[in-house]
Write a protein that binds this ligand. Sequence first.
Ligand SMILES: [Zn+2]
Length: 377
Amino acid sequence: MNSTKPRILLCACGLTPQVVTETLYVLLREGGESVPDEVHILTTDTGRRIVQNKLYGAASPMTDLCREFGAADRVRRGMDMVHVLGGTTPLEDIRTTGDNARAGECIFELVRDLVSRSQSLHVSLAGGRKTMGFLLGTALQLLGREQDDLSHVLVAAPFESKPDFFYPPRNVQEYTFQSRETGEWYTLPASAARIELARLPLIRLGDRLELPRTAPDGGFDEAVATARRAVEVPMVTLDLAARTLQVGKRATQLTALEAAVYHAMLDATLSRCRAGATPGNCRWCFTEPRTLPMDLILADVAAAYGQYSSQYERVREQLSNLRDVGGWFRQKRTAINAKLQALPQGHVAFIASHRQYGNSSYGVCLPRNRITIHRPE
Ligand SMILES: [Zn+2]
Protein backbone atom coordinates (compact mmCIF):
# COMPACT_ATOMS: atom_id res chain seq x y z
CA MET A 1 0.00 0.00 0.00
CA ASN A 2 1.26 3.42 -0.92
CA SER A 3 0.82 5.73 2.06
CA THR A 4 1.25 8.87 -0.06
CA LYS A 5 -1.99 8.10 -1.90
CA PRO A 6 -5.11 9.82 -0.53
CA ARG A 7 -8.05 8.24 1.26
CA ILE A 8 -11.00 9.09 -0.95
CA LEU A 9 -14.69 9.48 -0.16
CA LEU A 10 -17.07 9.25 -3.14
CA CYS A 11 -20.69 10.25 -2.54
CA ALA A 12 -23.55 9.62 -4.92
CA CYS A 13 -25.69 12.73 -4.85
CA GLY A 14 -29.09 13.54 -6.36
CA LEU A 15 -30.97 16.72 -5.53
CA THR A 16 -30.20 16.73 -1.80
CA PRO A 17 -26.49 17.43 -1.25
CA GLN A 18 -27.05 17.10 2.50
CA VAL A 19 -26.09 13.42 2.17
CA VAL A 20 -22.51 14.54 1.47
CA THR A 21 -22.09 16.65 4.63
CA GLU A 22 -23.97 14.08 6.70
CA THR A 23 -21.66 11.28 5.53
CA LEU A 24 -18.54 13.40 6.01
CA TYR A 25 -19.80 14.41 9.47
CA VAL A 26 -19.89 10.77 10.63
CA LEU A 27 -16.42 10.06 9.17
CA LEU A 28 -14.93 13.15 10.87
CA ARG A 29 -16.58 12.12 14.11
CA GLU A 30 -15.11 8.61 13.79
CA GLY A 31 -11.70 10.23 13.20
CA GLY A 32 -8.44 8.41 12.43
CA GLU A 33 -8.38 6.40 9.21
CA SER A 34 -12.06 7.13 8.54
CA VAL A 35 -11.28 10.78 7.69
CA PRO A 36 -10.95 11.20 3.92
CA ASP A 37 -8.25 13.31 2.27
CA GLU A 38 -10.51 14.04 -0.72
CA VAL A 39 -14.29 14.27 -1.08
CA HIS A 40 -15.59 13.39 -4.55
CA ILE A 41 -19.23 13.70 -5.60
CA LEU A 42 -21.00 11.86 -8.43
CA THR A 43 -24.17 13.57 -9.61
CA THR A 44 -26.26 14.68 -12.60
CA ASP A 45 -25.97 18.06 -14.31
CA THR A 46 -28.84 19.46 -12.21
CA GLY A 47 -27.27 17.92 -9.11
CA ARG A 48 -23.99 19.66 -9.97
CA ARG A 49 -25.66 23.11 -9.94
CA ILE A 50 -27.28 22.36 -6.60
CA VAL A 51 -23.96 21.18 -5.14
CA GLN A 52 -22.35 24.38 -6.38
CA ASN A 53 -25.02 26.56 -4.73
CA LYS A 54 -25.60 24.69 -1.53
CA LEU A 55 -22.25 23.06 -0.65
CA TYR A 56 -19.64 25.27 -2.28
CA GLY A 57 -21.42 28.63 -2.56
CA ALA A 58 -20.84 31.87 -0.66
CA ALA A 59 -21.94 29.97 2.42
CA SER A 60 -20.28 26.58 2.45
CA PRO A 61 -21.52 24.02 4.96
CA MET A 62 -18.72 21.75 3.71
CA THR A 63 -16.05 24.21 4.82
CA ASP A 64 -17.87 25.02 8.07
CA LEU A 65 -18.04 21.29 8.86
CA CYS A 66 -14.36 20.68 8.12
CA ARG A 67 -13.38 23.72 10.22
CA GLU A 68 -15.42 22.47 13.13
CA PHE A 69 -13.31 19.30 13.19
CA GLY A 70 -10.05 21.15 12.54
CA ALA A 71 -9.78 19.48 9.13
CA ALA A 72 -10.30 22.43 6.78
CA ASP A 73 -6.80 22.05 5.28
CA ARG A 74 -6.65 18.28 5.44
CA VAL A 75 -9.89 17.40 3.59
CA ARG A 76 -9.55 18.50 -0.03
CA ARG A 77 -12.92 19.29 -1.60
CA GLY A 78 -14.46 21.51 -4.24
CA MET A 79 -16.11 21.65 -7.66
CA ASP A 80 -13.07 20.07 -9.35
CA MET A 81 -13.98 16.87 -7.51
CA VAL A 82 -17.60 16.87 -8.65
CA HIS A 83 -18.14 14.31 -11.42
CA VAL A 84 -21.16 14.63 -13.68
CA LEU A 85 -22.73 11.40 -14.91
CA GLY A 86 -22.06 11.18 -18.65
CA GLY A 87 -19.03 13.51 -18.54
CA THR A 88 -18.94 16.09 -21.34
CA THR A 89 -22.45 15.14 -22.56
CA PRO A 90 -24.17 14.92 -19.18
CA LEU A 91 -26.91 12.42 -18.44
CA GLU A 92 -29.81 14.08 -16.69
CA ASP A 93 -31.49 10.81 -15.87
CA ILE A 94 -31.36 7.11 -16.77
CA ARG A 95 -34.35 6.66 -19.07
CA THR A 96 -33.23 4.48 -21.97
CA THR A 97 -31.12 1.34 -22.23
CA GLY A 98 -28.54 3.52 -23.96
CA ASP A 99 -28.46 5.89 -20.96
CA ASN A 100 -28.18 2.89 -18.71
CA ALA A 101 -25.16 1.48 -20.54
CA ARG A 102 -23.46 4.88 -20.64
CA ALA A 103 -24.11 5.45 -16.95
CA GLY A 104 -22.60 2.03 -16.22
CA GLU A 105 -19.43 2.74 -18.20
CA CYS A 106 -19.09 6.21 -16.72
CA ILE A 107 -19.48 4.95 -13.14
CA PHE A 108 -17.13 2.03 -13.74
CA GLU A 109 -14.42 4.31 -15.15
CA LEU A 110 -14.77 6.73 -12.25
CA VAL A 111 -14.52 3.98 -9.63
CA ARG A 112 -11.58 2.39 -11.46
CA ASP A 113 -9.76 5.71 -11.57
CA LEU A 114 -10.42 6.46 -7.89
CA VAL A 115 -9.40 2.94 -6.82
CA SER A 116 -6.15 3.14 -8.76
CA ARG A 117 -5.07 6.43 -7.22
CA SER A 118 -6.33 6.01 -3.67
CA GLN A 119 -5.05 4.35 -0.58
CA SER A 120 -8.66 3.48 0.24
CA LEU A 121 -12.01 4.31 -1.31
CA HIS A 122 -15.20 4.79 0.68
CA VAL A 123 -18.34 4.93 -1.49
CA SER A 124 -21.55 6.35 -0.06
CA LEU A 125 -24.79 5.38 -1.80
CA ALA A 126 -27.13 7.65 0.15
CA GLY A 127 -27.97 10.05 -2.68
CA GLY A 128 -29.03 9.81 -6.31
CA ARG A 129 -31.14 7.34 -8.22
CA LYS A 130 -31.41 3.69 -7.24
CA THR A 131 -29.82 2.64 -10.51
CA MET A 132 -26.85 4.92 -9.86
CA GLY A 133 -26.41 3.40 -6.41
CA PHE A 134 -26.65 -0.14 -7.72
CA LEU A 135 -24.13 0.52 -10.50
CA LEU A 136 -21.75 2.22 -8.06
CA GLY A 137 -22.01 -0.68 -5.62
CA THR A 138 -21.47 -3.23 -8.38
CA ALA A 139 -18.45 -1.34 -9.73
CA LEU A 140 -16.94 -1.21 -6.25
CA GLN A 141 -17.63 -4.92 -5.83
CA LEU A 142 -15.72 -5.70 -9.03
CA LEU A 143 -12.83 -3.34 -8.34
CA GLY A 144 -12.78 -2.98 -4.56
CA ARG A 145 -9.87 -3.98 -2.36
CA GLU A 146 -9.79 -5.15 1.25
CA GLN A 147 -9.55 -1.58 2.56
CA ASP A 148 -12.47 -0.18 0.52
CA ASP A 149 -15.91 0.44 2.00
CA LEU A 150 -19.52 0.91 0.99
CA SER A 151 -22.05 2.73 3.16
CA HIS A 152 -25.37 4.49 3.39
CA VAL A 153 -25.99 7.42 5.74
CA LEU A 154 -29.01 7.24 8.03
CA VAL A 155 -30.45 10.44 9.45
CA ALA A 156 -33.15 10.57 12.12
CA ALA A 157 -36.54 11.95 11.08
CA PRO A 158 -37.51 14.81 10.87
CA PHE A 159 -33.93 16.05 10.28
CA GLU A 160 -33.71 13.94 7.16
CA SER A 161 -36.23 16.13 5.35
CA LYS A 162 -35.20 19.50 6.78
CA PRO A 163 -33.84 21.47 3.78
CA ASP A 164 -31.43 23.65 5.79
CA PHE A 165 -30.01 20.81 7.88
CA PHE A 166 -26.56 19.71 6.71
CA TYR A 167 -25.05 18.40 9.96
CA PRO A 168 -25.49 19.34 13.62
CA PRO A 169 -23.07 22.24 14.30
CA ARG A 170 -21.78 22.44 17.88
CA ASN A 171 -23.21 25.91 18.52
CA VAL A 172 -26.79 24.95 17.69
CA GLN A 173 -28.68 23.72 20.75
CA GLU A 174 -32.10 23.11 19.29
CA TYR A 175 -33.95 22.91 16.00
CA THR A 176 -37.37 24.19 15.02
CA PHE A 177 -39.81 22.17 12.91
CA GLN A 178 -43.30 22.66 11.61
CA SER A 179 -45.61 19.69 11.90
CA ARG A 180 -46.98 18.54 8.56
CA GLU A 181 -50.26 17.40 10.09
CA THR A 182 -51.13 20.30 12.41
CA GLY A 183 -48.95 23.08 11.02
CA GLU A 184 -47.77 23.82 14.57
CA TRP A 185 -44.15 24.69 15.35
CA TYR A 186 -42.12 22.60 17.75
CA THR A 187 -38.45 22.26 18.74
CA LEU A 188 -36.10 19.31 19.14
CA PRO A 189 -32.77 19.34 20.99
CA ALA A 190 -29.55 18.94 18.98
CA SER A 191 -29.08 15.52 20.60
CA ALA A 192 -32.06 14.27 18.57
CA ALA A 193 -30.14 14.83 15.33
CA ARG A 194 -28.77 11.28 15.17
CA ILE A 195 -26.67 10.51 12.11
CA GLU A 196 -25.16 7.08 11.49
CA LEU A 197 -23.38 5.30 8.69
CA ALA A 198 -24.65 1.84 7.84
CA ARG A 199 -21.81 -0.16 6.33
CA LEU A 200 -23.21 -2.22 3.45
CA PRO A 201 -22.13 -5.77 2.63
CA LEU A 202 -19.46 -5.67 -0.04
CA ILE A 203 -17.83 -8.60 -1.81
CA ARG A 204 -14.41 -7.23 -2.72
CA LEU A 205 -13.30 -8.92 -5.94
CA GLY A 206 -10.65 -6.39 -6.99
CA ASP A 207 -7.62 -8.29 -5.74
CA ARG A 208 -9.02 -11.58 -6.96
CA LEU A 209 -10.10 -10.66 -10.51
CA GLU A 210 -7.08 -8.53 -11.41
CA LEU A 211 -9.04 -6.58 -14.02
CA PRO A 212 -7.13 -4.34 -16.43
CA ARG A 213 -6.40 -1.00 -14.76
CA THR A 214 -6.83 1.17 -17.83
CA ALA A 215 -9.84 1.99 -19.94
CA PRO A 216 -9.13 0.57 -23.41
CA ASP A 217 -8.64 -2.94 -22.01
CA GLY A 218 -12.22 -3.52 -21.05
CA GLY A 219 -15.10 -1.78 -19.40
CA PHE A 220 -17.99 -2.70 -17.16
CA ASP A 221 -19.41 -5.49 -19.32
CA GLU A 222 -16.08 -7.25 -19.60
CA ALA A 223 -15.46 -6.90 -15.88
CA VAL A 224 -18.85 -8.49 -15.18
CA ALA A 225 -18.07 -11.31 -17.63
CA THR A 226 -14.71 -11.92 -15.94
CA ALA A 227 -16.39 -12.05 -12.53
CA ARG A 228 -19.01 -14.49 -13.82
CA ARG A 229 -16.34 -16.79 -15.16
CA ALA A 230 -14.62 -16.68 -11.78
CA VAL A 231 -17.68 -17.58 -9.72
CA GLU A 232 -20.00 -19.57 -11.96
CA VAL A 233 -19.35 -23.28 -12.50
CA PRO A 234 -19.01 -23.94 -16.23
CA MET A 235 -20.83 -26.77 -17.99
CA VAL A 236 -18.76 -29.96 -18.30
CA THR A 237 -19.75 -31.88 -21.42
CA LEU A 238 -18.45 -35.34 -22.29
CA ASP A 239 -19.16 -36.35 -25.89
CA LEU A 240 -18.58 -40.09 -26.12
CA ALA A 241 -18.91 -40.25 -29.91
CA ALA A 242 -16.49 -37.40 -30.60
CA ARG A 243 -14.40 -38.31 -27.49
CA THR A 244 -14.23 -34.67 -26.48
CA LEU A 245 -14.40 -33.23 -22.99
CA GLN A 246 -15.61 -29.64 -22.95
CA VAL A 247 -15.39 -27.27 -20.00
CA GLY A 248 -17.22 -24.00 -20.58
CA LYS A 249 -16.47 -23.00 -24.15
CA ARG A 250 -13.27 -24.98 -24.74
CA ALA A 251 -12.85 -28.67 -25.41
CA THR A 252 -10.01 -31.17 -25.28
CA GLN A 253 -9.64 -34.43 -27.21
CA LEU A 254 -9.55 -37.69 -25.24
CA THR A 255 -8.68 -41.23 -26.32
CA ALA A 256 -11.60 -43.69 -26.34
CA LEU A 257 -10.31 -45.28 -23.13
CA GLU A 258 -9.87 -41.92 -21.37
CA ALA A 259 -13.39 -40.93 -22.40
CA ALA A 260 -14.71 -44.24 -21.02
CA VAL A 261 -12.87 -43.76 -17.72
CA TYR A 262 -14.14 -40.20 -17.39
CA HIS A 263 -17.65 -41.44 -18.20
CA ALA A 264 -17.42 -43.80 -15.21
CA MET A 265 -16.38 -40.87 -13.00
CA LEU A 266 -19.31 -38.71 -14.17
CA ASP A 267 -21.78 -41.59 -13.75
CA ALA A 268 -20.65 -41.88 -10.12
CA THR A 269 -21.12 -38.14 -9.68
CA LEU A 270 -24.62 -38.22 -11.21
CA SER A 271 -25.73 -41.11 -9.01
CA ARG A 272 -24.04 -40.33 -5.68
CA CYS A 273 -22.68 -36.76 -5.45
CA ARG A 274 -23.91 -34.62 -2.56
CA ALA A 275 -21.99 -31.46 -3.44
CA GLY A 276 -25.17 -29.50 -4.20
CA ALA A 277 -24.74 -26.20 -6.00
CA THR A 278 -21.00 -25.79 -5.54
CA PRO A 279 -18.24 -28.10 -6.67
CA GLY A 280 -16.15 -29.54 -3.93
CA ASN A 281 -14.90 -32.74 -2.41
CA CYS A 282 -18.03 -34.38 -1.04
CA ARG A 283 -16.40 -37.83 -1.51
CA TRP A 284 -19.75 -39.56 -1.85
CA CYS A 285 -19.10 -39.42 -5.58
CA PHE A 286 -15.55 -40.83 -5.25
CA THR A 287 -14.66 -44.35 -6.40
CA GLU A 288 -11.80 -46.70 -5.53
CA PRO A 289 -10.14 -47.97 -8.72
CA ARG A 290 -10.76 -51.64 -7.81
CA THR A 291 -14.52 -50.97 -7.80
CA LEU A 292 -14.56 -49.24 -11.20
CA PRO A 293 -17.22 -50.67 -13.57
CA MET A 294 -14.71 -52.24 -16.01
CA ASP A 295 -17.50 -53.85 -18.06
CA LEU A 296 -19.06 -50.44 -18.73
CA ILE A 297 -15.67 -48.91 -19.54
CA LEU A 298 -15.07 -51.72 -22.07
CA ALA A 299 -18.56 -51.26 -23.51
CA ASP A 300 -17.76 -47.60 -24.23
CA VAL A 301 -14.50 -48.58 -25.93
CA ALA A 302 -16.34 -51.22 -28.00
CA ALA A 303 -18.91 -48.60 -29.03
CA ALA A 304 -16.12 -46.23 -30.05
CA TYR A 305 -13.98 -48.65 -32.10
CA GLY A 306 -16.38 -51.48 -32.95
CA GLN A 307 -16.52 -54.75 -31.09
CA TYR A 308 -14.45 -56.62 -33.68
CA SER A 309 -11.75 -53.99 -34.13
CA SER A 310 -8.12 -54.60 -33.23
CA GLN A 311 -8.10 -51.42 -31.08
CA TYR A 312 -10.91 -52.76 -28.94
CA GLU A 313 -9.24 -56.16 -28.70
CA ARG A 314 -6.00 -54.53 -27.50
CA VAL A 315 -7.77 -52.55 -24.74
CA ARG A 316 -9.78 -55.61 -23.69
CA GLU A 317 -6.62 -57.67 -23.29
CA GLN A 318 -4.85 -54.91 -21.41
CA LEU A 319 -7.71 -54.52 -18.96
CA SER A 320 -8.23 -58.24 -18.38
CA ASN A 321 -4.53 -58.68 -17.51
CA LEU A 322 -4.25 -55.71 -15.15
CA ARG A 323 -2.21 -56.54 -12.04
CA ASP A 324 -2.20 -53.05 -10.58
CA VAL A 325 -5.60 -51.41 -11.22
CA GLY A 326 -4.64 -48.48 -8.98
CA GLY A 327 -1.45 -47.75 -10.91
CA TRP A 328 -3.26 -48.07 -14.24
CA PHE A 329 -6.03 -45.71 -13.12
CA ARG A 330 -3.56 -43.11 -11.83
CA GLN A 331 -1.89 -43.06 -15.25
CA LYS A 332 -5.24 -42.40 -16.94
CA ARG A 333 -6.07 -39.75 -14.36
CA THR A 334 -2.74 -37.96 -14.89
CA ALA A 335 -3.28 -37.95 -18.67
CA ILE A 336 -6.87 -36.65 -18.43
CA ASN A 337 -6.02 -33.97 -15.86
CA ALA A 338 -3.07 -32.80 -17.98
CA LYS A 339 -5.45 -32.29 -20.93
CA LEU A 340 -7.91 -30.43 -18.67
CA GLN A 341 -5.10 -28.27 -17.33
CA ALA A 342 -4.71 -26.78 -20.81
CA LEU A 343 -8.30 -25.47 -20.76
CA PRO A 344 -8.99 -22.04 -19.16
CA GLN A 345 -11.52 -23.45 -16.68
CA GLY A 346 -10.36 -27.06 -16.87
CA HIS A 347 -9.48 -27.30 -13.18
CA VAL A 348 -13.16 -27.52 -12.16
CA ALA A 349 -13.39 -30.87 -14.01
CA PHE A 350 -10.19 -32.44 -12.62
CA ILE A 351 -10.37 -35.97 -11.29
CA ALA A 352 -9.65 -35.28 -7.62
CA SER A 353 -8.23 -37.80 -5.17
CA HIS A 354 -8.84 -38.60 -1.55
CA ARG A 355 -6.76 -40.92 0.62
CA GLN A 356 -8.10 -42.65 3.69
CA TYR A 357 -6.84 -45.73 5.62
CA GLY A 358 -4.27 -46.37 2.91
CA ASN A 359 -6.90 -46.45 0.14
CA SER A 360 -7.20 -43.80 -2.52
CA SER A 361 -10.48 -42.92 -4.14
CA TYR A 362 -11.13 -40.59 -7.05
CA GLY A 363 -13.96 -38.46 -8.37
CA VAL A 364 -15.21 -35.41 -10.23
CA CYS A 365 -17.26 -33.57 -7.65
CA LEU A 366 -19.58 -31.25 -9.61
CA PRO A 367 -23.19 -30.07 -9.35
CA ARG A 368 -25.34 -32.49 -11.38
CA ASN A 369 -26.84 -29.71 -13.49
CA ARG A 370 -23.35 -28.79 -14.71
CA ILE A 371 -22.79 -32.23 -16.29
CA THR A 372 -23.86 -33.23 -19.79
CA ILE A 373 -23.07 -36.59 -21.37
CA HIS A 374 -23.63 -37.10 -25.11
CA ARG A 375 -23.86 -40.81 -25.89
CA PRO A 376 -23.29 -42.21 -29.38
CA GLU A 377 -26.41 -42.50 -31.57
ZN1 LIG B 1 -19.41 -35.05 -4.98
